[in-house]
Design a protein around this ligand. Structure first.
Ligand code: WQD
Length: 334
């Protein structure tokens, strides 16, 4: 298929592009490079041994986006472009509503105008807020607790309404749990700007000596060791989930959790990282971070049943690949 990937230069996007190319699809990428660099796509081409058409387009510039659809016979879209930092979304909600909502609105309008009705949409476990039950099934209540999560939930609603209005739409909504790790080649990975907000990039920066120690946000939760439990999923598994979703699109909107179905506490992740890479991570326990759920992990059974997809990589792979990528970046090639 000829597939347009929005946000294809980003962390999830670059890994998804590799897997799409490996599966034989032809790619057109649009990205505004606000949180990514064009180099990542050069690395994608190197890993896959195939080329990608790249357009520097912001989804808020609808005319430019329409031009890309005019130039290519796009058959399906994987929509990953969006702002994703929870804390920043609390501070600057309008920035998130404008970018995520209007960008997706423009995309769907342009898709309709060009009669492209196949869409894989990047959503987040964030739409569940603090889950009342674990593992979390797709049918759990949606109660996002921050503007970022609200934009994803609103967009899920918009896609439902759109598909009700026209039965040509074939949409997969993918709710990611905690994507971590990097491509095993060490050539692509996550590139947080400034101090990382998320656990794994923070750990790798402590490991390389850029940060002195990891602050653990609370060890008095109602969990086995007192630290929060999450469903970490290797980004290559997640990327393969997009390929499966694309290849199983069917009429209507179908929503899937992408996770491993297994939770790890913060202490367990630190220990796994230390063992996988034979080094030690200094830690200190600090105050809880507002908005953190004690436990969140996926019930990924629906994705396995309907998409034939399941996460294969374990926590050691995640830790080793994250560390290989951090060292590669430090070497100045990343
Ligand atoms: C994981 C655990 C922290 C940093 C967020 C979004 C979610 C998705 C993934 C986009 C928690 C603890 C973290 C640190 C710590 N993103 N932690 N010290 O919050 O589960 O999910 O990212 O869609 O929507 O909400 O991920 O990596 O920030 O935290 O102790 O320096 O690590 O408290 O328990 P989170 P995270």
């Amino acid at each position: 298929m000829k597939v347009l990937v929005t946000g294809g230069a980003g962390y999830i996007g670059s890994h998804t592009c590799v897997e799409l190319l490996k599966a034989g699809h032809e790619l057109v990428v649009v990205d505004n490079f606000s949180n990514s660099r064009v180099d990542s796509l050069e690395q994608v081409e190197k890993i896959a041994g195939r080329s990608v058409r790249i357009y520097d387009v912001d989804l808020l510039e609808k005319e430019k986006l329409a031009q890309v659809f005019g130039e290519h016979s796009i058959e399906a879209v994987i929509h990953l472009a969006g702002f994703k930092a929870v804390g920043e979304s609390v501070e600057f909600p309008l920035k998130y509503y404008r970018n995520n909502l209007i960008g997706t609105l423009n995309l769907c309008e342009v898709m309709s105008e060009h009669e492209v009705y196949q869409l894989v949409f990047s959503s987040s476990a964030c739409v569940y807020g603090i889950p009342k039950q674990t593992p979390v099934p797709e049918t759990a209540n949606l109660q996002a607790i921050n503007p970022y999560g609200n934009t994803k939930r609103m967009l899920e609603d918009m896609l439902e309404d759109l598909s009700s209005s026209n039965e040509n739409w074939r949409v997969a909504v993918l709710r990611y749990f905690n994507p971590v790790g990097a491509h095993p080649s060490g050539l692509i990975g996550e590139e947080p700007k400034g101090t990382p907000n998320n656990l794994m990039p923070y750990i790798t920066q402590v490991a390389i000596g850029q940060l002195p120690r990891l602050s653990i946000f609370g060890d008095d939760y109602d969990t086995e060791d007192g630290t929060c439990v999450r469903d970490y999923i290797h980004v290559v598994d997640l990327a393969q989930g997009h390929v499966s979703a694309l290849e199983h699109l069917s009429t209507g909107v179908h929503t899937y959790n992408l996770g491993t179905g297994r939770g790890y506490s913060v202490y367990e992740v630190v220990k796994a990282f230390e063992e996988a890479n034979a080094l030690s991570i200094p830690v200190q326990v600090v105050e809880r971070r507002p908005g953190d759920a004690a436990v969140s992990y996926a019930d990924p059974a629906k994705a396995e049943r309907e998409l034939g997809w399941r996460a294969e990589k374990g926590i050691f792979d995640m830790c080793q690949d994250a560390w290989r990528w951090q060292k590669h970046r430090q070497g100045g090639n990343g």
